[in-house]
Ligand binder design. Structure first.
Ligand code: PLP
Length: 397
């Protein structure tokens, strides 16, 4: 039987590509430093293990599909504290095994097969978290990549969008704080996007999984913009995660927040095809959403690393300290693209970063990640300082 063509144009995932790029390149240091993957390495809150142990009897049965009431309640309380309006946990929240599966399944649940007789488009910022594109391809929509460059504040330029494209748009993915650039959408930006969604009848998919890792004011969220503008909550689906907020990437816990109408479809799909999170893990997640002390401590650890980064990279042309998230999105030096800079850095200094192009797609205006590398500040402060100092001295001396 012939294999499906749906995914045949997909490039290899970023990390296998990086392994291939560096396969024959020995590291230029006896103590290599890994700055590629966004895998949190600070400690998760200690109470998580205790809650899982205390709730272990809950492993016996099938867990509730849409999330235990305790977890949905804790999430609704958190949304209320964070964004000022508490959603209805009965009808507006769905818990997930991490947000990645939800970011994928939302397209299955909400994107129509045709829109006004045409193949729908799914808009994706470029560069982007790769699941958005696969979600679009899975529902046979056309993924359309919107370059988000320094010139556009590292977010898609909403004023440059073609009206005919917006008319056939089903979903518009936006990541704020953005991975990889760390740009934050303002409330005005979210509201303009919601207004476009209303005018052209599409749904905003807001990936906000970095929203608790910030340096300045807390990034506003799409839920806040929905309330402020009096928009229909079905115009947006917000995704939140404990992975970065609480250093619990291994717990696999996140949630989707939207209007009751979308929620019916999302829950129905999950009832047929989803894998709910084990109950003891849901209870641990509820405890994590209810606690802010560990989140503040986590934020302070990242803030110290970004302060160090600002000192170390002070003379590097184009280096920006992002408002939020835990990545640096650094322009490469003259004459080197992202792959060449990555290879040079590994060969000469044993520091591993990711070529920006692996997180972006080629477009008519080029690949917006070509002349960038991404460095994750997830290692302890000392390693981060050593890694960034070597990076500066190797690439920008
Ligand atoms: C932008 C973005 N969205 C979503 C995720 C998925 O997070 P999780 O599935 O752990 O909630 C990640 C993880 O790296 C990410 O960087």
């Amino acid at each position: 039987m012939k294999a499906p063509e749906r995914f045949s144009a997909l490039p290899d995932y970023a990390f296998p590509r990086l392994r291939t790029l560096l396969a024959d390149v020995p590291p230029g240091a006896s103590d290599p430093i890994e700055m590629t993957i966004g895998d949190p390495r600070h400690d998760p809150p200690a109470f998580v293990g205790e809650v899982v142990a205390a709730e272990a009897a809950g492993f016996r049965g099938y867990p509730p599909n849409e999330g235990a009431p305790e977890l949905r309640g804790a999430i609704a309380d958190w949304v209320g504290r964070r964004y000022g309006t508490r959603p209805d946990p009965e009808t507006q929240i769905l818990t997930l095994n991490g947000t990645r599966e939800g970011l994928y399944n939302v397209a299955m649940a909400l994107a129509p097969e045709r829109k006004d007789g045409q193949r729908p488009a799914i808009l994706v910022p470029n560069p982007f978290y790769q699941v958005y594109a696969v979600a679009a391809l899975s529902v046979e929509a056309e993924p359309v990549y919107l370059n988000a460059t320094k010139a556009t504040g590292h977010l898609p330029d909403l004023d440059a969008l073609d009206l005919a494209l917006l008319d056939r748009t089903a979903l518009f993915y936006l990541c704020s704080p953005a991975n990889p650039q760390g740009a934050v959408a303002s409330l005005d930006y979210w509201e303009r996007l919601l207004t476009l969604a209303e005018r052209h009848d599409f749904v905003v998919v807001a990936d906000e999984c970095y929203c608790e890792v910030y340096r300045g004011p807390p990034p506003p969220g799409v839920w806040e913009a929905v309330q402020r503008g009096g928009h229909d909550p079905n115009r947006a689906v917000a995704f939140h995660s404990l992975s970065k907020r609480s250093n619990l990437a291994g717990l696999r816990s996140g949630f989707a927040l939207t209007g009751a109408q979308n929620m019916v479809r999302m829950r129905q799909l999950r009832a047929y095809a989803g894998a709910p999170q084990p109950l003891p893990l849901q209870m641990a997640a509820a405890a994590a959403w209810a606690d802010e002390a560990h989140v503040e401590a986590n934020r302070a650890l990242y803030a110290a690393k970004f302060e160090a980064a600002a000192d170390i990279l002070a003379g590097v042309p184009g280096a920006e300290i992002p408002e939020a998230g835990f990545f640096l999105w650094l322009p490469t030096p003259e004459g080197l693209d992202g792959e060449a800079a990555t290879t040079t850095l590994w060969r000469e200094a044993g520091v591993k970063v990711l070529p920006g192009a692996y997180l972006a797609r080629d477009t008519e205006a080029g690949n917006p990640g070509d002349r960038y590398i991404r460095a994750a500040l997830v290692a302890p402060l000392d390693d981060t300082i050593r890694g960034l100092s070597r990076l500066r001295d190797t690439l920008y001396r």
